[in-house]
Design a protein around this ligand. Structure first.
Ligand code: HEM
Length: 187
């Protein structure tokens, strides 16, 4: 798995060194949420909330998945999360700790932060990740995706102190984007 991400990261860096042009463009390569402005601050989500808040949201997402699976089994989210770390056929085969670091790095990057982070386990994770490969073989449905956003991700944001106005202005547009959803659903 680390090899897959490293390869993606490496390709990204090579592509950038070949195609990103000036040094200014290289250093300003940012995820799609970098341009979204939060109502509360006029700045993007990462610049508004920072690494500590993103880590808290990420931890809350995993806690909410755990509660959801305990309460409702596979009814709403399907069986993909129950396979993490079991060695069952799934896209990456990562254990839960790696999954956590990868998701945190993706979110930080997607919402305007740096393209890598060191997570609470002391390991470095790369933000730019291919969502199709990450979800290949999981068969996630449209309703599972919508449930995940509405009942796992949004509550993780609000319980971490993000206002409804900021959820709508500087977080939601990324995950409601049809192309982004299509990169996760149905693979
Ligand atoms: C905002 C929407 C989503 C984002 C940003 C996202 C992000 C990610 C990322 C970054 C990974 C890679 C983790 C790794 O490399 O270990 C991943 C894997 C995974 N995602 Fe998602 N995901 C989303 C939606 C969903 C949904 C809706 C489900 C299921 C209902 C889901 C289930 C999984 C599972 C089970 C894996 C791990 C696969 C494996 O270890 O092989 N994801 N996701």
């Amino acid at each position: 798995m680390s090899r897959r991400i490293s390869t993606v990261g490496l390709s990204f860096m090579i592509l950038c060194s070949q195609a990103c042009g000036s040094d200014t463009e290289k250093s300003s390569a940012k995820g799609p949420g970098a341009a979204l402005k939060c109502t509360s601050s006029g700045k993007n989500a990462f610049d508004t909330f920072g690494t500590t808040a993103f880590v808290a949201v990420n931890e809350a997402i995993f806690a909410n998945v755990g509660s959801e699976v305990t309460a409702n089994g596979t009814t709403n989210l399907g069986d993909s999360f129950t396979k993490i770390g079991t060695g069952a056929p799934a896209s990456t085969g990562d254990d839960a700790a790696t999954f956590k670091g990868q998701l945190a790095a993706f979110l930080v990057y997607a919402y305007g932060g740096p393209s890598s982070i060191t997570y609470t386990d002391g390991k470095m994770y790369l933000g730019p990740q291919d969502m199709v490969s990450a979800h290949l073989g999981l068969g996630i449905t449209s309703s599972q995706y919508d449930y995940f956003i509405a009942s796992v991700v949004v509550p993780a944001l609000t319980s971490s102190g993000v206002s409804a106005a900021d959820v709508s202005s500087c977080f939601a547009p990324i995950v409601t984007d049809a192309a982004f959803k299509a990169s996760i659903v149905g693979h």
